[in-house]
Write a protein that binds this ligand. Structure first.
Ligand SMILES: Cc1cc2nc3c(=O)[nH]c(=O)nc-3n(C[C@H](O)[C@H](O)[C@H](O)COP(=O)(O)OP(=O)(O)OC[C@H]3O[C@@H](n4cnc5c(N)ncnc54)[C@H](O)[C@@H]3O)c2cc1C
Length: 459
């Protein structure tokens, strides 16, 4: 532990706050979204500005502290927080500036996607993010970023124009298509391995009101619905987005009582085409098998983005397993239906996110995000408020994943992984991995930034 005088000097320098175990606010500040994570950092720096981040990077490095960087705190494996080290917490840095003429938005590292949507929507603009508005911009973007707009606009990193970041030596640099291009390649998918991103510059799209929401079918139609979906979504125009899910209907409004607590399959749609064409576009979808529940209609984009927030408040227990998938065979569908029939709790679910469309127009070596040829990112999550059910949700998730893994493409989306070891990280970056190691050797040779899906330096 650094000497008291060193700590006092550091604290006095900060515009933000330095928290230790006995300080008021420490208990709240150490908690992350996944209630299964229970870590006790020695120090939490709630940075007030970029100077605080620079000071924290120097302080962590010079005092040999384990350093973690916290954006939205949503990471499944709790990678925003560490035991016994220093947390560089960006959650107070929420500056956002839209340039409506250039159609860009500059976002500070502590923003959630809800913060961004709220601001950009005022200008009738949006940039692709995820499906829950409380997720942090930082971690989601640096790992890739899949969501409701992926088929239309690509991944979040495909809309990233530049980052400002603090490197391990404390220097601030900009990485973009013009400056530090090697670093810009690496941060687009390589996670927080290369430094602390203080702000992101994204391209915006004229997306304001979409036509979307969930459509649900009974489990006894799941095989046909999934077979139909695999053909439909791989051929649909790029203005059609829709991820497939197995889920349990929550027992409350807006869901009709006769469906409460039923396990069903569904598709959450997000059509970005012309509103006048939406009803006609959805006619064949609705007539294939009339859905048991159809909540699809015109919605402000932020309303779709935050639709599932109330169902998933912070603090639930989460256990994740994921894979990329090229093809959805009949055999794989049969296994999905079998395991989803045993969903153990109300919040547990399986999602298949399409990553074709605009995502496929970027080459697999153009950014660090390798799996451009995959069709879906699959994630199985066991979730429950009660830690007493952890064995149940973990057991179900593992059994489901083990059954489906042989049908997968090999690696998994880094943002859907917990701590699965170095081989799994390599399998995910495939032949981009060596280039990431070269970058790590150059920008973070001592692996200061290692609380992440780590690219280990070799120098
Ligand atoms: C309910 C829920 C829904 C989700 N939905 C989606 C989805 O639709 N699409 C999707 O792609 N992902 C989704 N995810 C996964 C999400 O992308 C990851 O959990 C991501 O890591 C969250 O980022 P964060 O900033 O909130 O996390 P944190 O836990 O704060 O950080 C995660 C990692 O990113 C690093 N990091 C964060 N910010 C910075 C920064 N500014 N500079 C450097 N490193 C940084 C951290 O060091 C850490 O290693 C979801 C997660 C949850 C829990």
């Amino acid at each position: 532990m650094p000497a008291q005088a060193t700590l006092e000097a550091f604290k006095a320098h900060l515009r933000g706050e330095l928290l230790q175990a006995n300080d008021a606010g420490y208990e709240t500040a150490r908690q992350v979204y996944n209630g299964m994570i229970d870590r006790h950092p020695r120090l939490i720096v709630r940075c007030g500005n970029v100077a605080d981040i620079i000071a924290a990077v120097h302080f962590g490095r010079d005092n040999d502290l384990l350093v973690s960087v916290r954006g939205g705190g949503h990471n499944a494996g709790g990678l925003g927080v560490c035991d016994d080290g220093l947390v560089i917490d960006l959650s107070r840095m929420k500056g956002i500036r839209v340039d409506p003429v250039a159609r860009t938005v500059r976002v500070e590292g502590g923003c959630t996607w809800g913060d961004v949507d709220h601001t950009t929507h005022a200008f009738g603009l949006a940039t692709p993010s995820g499906i829950i508005s409380t997720t942090g911009v930082g971690g989601l973007t640096l790992g890739g970023g899949l969501g409701h707009l992926t088929r239309t606009c690509g991944l979040s990193i495909d809309n990233l124009l530049a980052v400002d970041m603090i490197l391990a030596d404390g220097r601030l640099v900009t990485a973009s298509a013009e400056e530090n291009t090697d670093l810009f390649w690496g941060v687009r998918g390589g996670g927080g391995n290369f430094g602390v991103v203080t702000s992101f510059l994204f391209r915006l799209h004229p997306i304001s009101t979409i036509y979307g929401g969930p459509m649900l079918w009974p489990l006894n139609q799941a095989t046909e619905v999934m077979q139909w979906y695999r053909e439909f979504i791989t051929q649909a125009p790029e203005d059609m987005n829709g991820f497939f899910a197995f889920l349990t209907v929550p027992p409350g409004p807006p869901f009709p009582e006769h469906l409460h607590n039923q396990t069903m399959c569904g598709i959450v749609w997000c059509y970005t085409g012309r509103q006048e064409q939406a009803e006609a576009t959805f006619k064949p979808i609705r007539s294939f098998r009339p859905p048991a529940l159809d909540l699809v209609g015109p919605l402000p984009y932020p309303a779709l983005q935050s639709m599932f927030d109330p169902l998933y408040p912070p603090g639930l227990q989460w256990y994740w397993r994921a894979d990329f998938v090229n093809e959805l065979s009949d055999a794989a569908i049969a296994l999905h239906v079998k395991h989803s029939s045993d969903i153990p709790t109300l919040h547990s679910t399986m999602h298949l996110y399409p990553i074709n469309g605009a995502t496929h127009r970027v080459g697999k070596h153009d950014t660090a995000w390798s799996y451009r040829d995959a069709t879906w990112a699959q994630v199985i999550v066991g979730v429950d408020p009660n830690p007493a059910n952890n064995d149940k949700i973990i057991g179900w998730t593992k059994a489901y994943w083990e059954a489906l893994h042989p049908y997968s493409a090999g690696g998994a989306y880094v943002n859907f992984m917990m701590d699965e070891g170095a081989e799994r990280v390599k399998a995910t970056y495939r032949d981009n991995y060596e280039r990431l190691v070269t970058l790590k050797n150059l920008y973070d040779p001592t692996n200061l930034f290692r609380v992440n899906q780590n690219i280990k330096p070799t120098v």
